[in-house]
Design a protein around this ligand. Structure first.
Ligand SMILES: *[C@@H]1O[C@H](CO)[C@@H](O)[C@H](O)[C@H]1NC(C)=O
Ligand SMILES: *[C@@H]1O[C@H](CO)[C@@H](O)[C@H](O)[C@H]1NC(C)=O
Length: 94
């Protein structure tokens, strides 16, 4: 059942993507769905990456990631780094 549900949702998202690429739908309309559009046992999840979320570069023993090294090498057009990012390391309790 879980594999079937996963396949169904993947197919739904693929069809939405294809209709967007084909210009048959707007992004706003493609994202116009509710909980009822998913099977009852569908479990929603969310994810993020440490680089985009944590910040706190160099604090509490954190060592540079590949992205820290890359952005600090001066290769970013806007000079951005993940040093602060979303500051999740300091704000996670909020
Ligand atoms: C979203 O769906 C509702 C209900 O079907 C509809 O009334 C509304 O026009 C839709 N909005 C967009 C942007 O497609
Ligand atoms: C990025 O840093 C370089 C070197 O300090 C500077 O010349 C450039 O103007 C900076 N670019 C931006 C978008 O701030």
């Amino acid at each position: 059942m879980a594999a079937c549900t996963s396949s169904l949702v993947s197919l739904l998202l693929l069809l939405l993507l294809l209709s967007l690429v084909a210009g048959e739908a707007t992004a706003e309309a493609a994202l116009n769905f509710t909980r009822q559009d998913f099977p009852g046992d569908f479990v929603f999840g969310a994810g993020t990456s440490a680089y985009q979320y944590e910040g706190a570069t160099g604090e509490d023993g954190r060592t540079p990631s590949i992205w820290d090294t890359f952005t600090h090498s001066g290769r970013m057009a806007d000079n951005s780094t993940g040093d602060r990012a979303a500051a999740g390391y300091h704000k996670y309790k909020d």
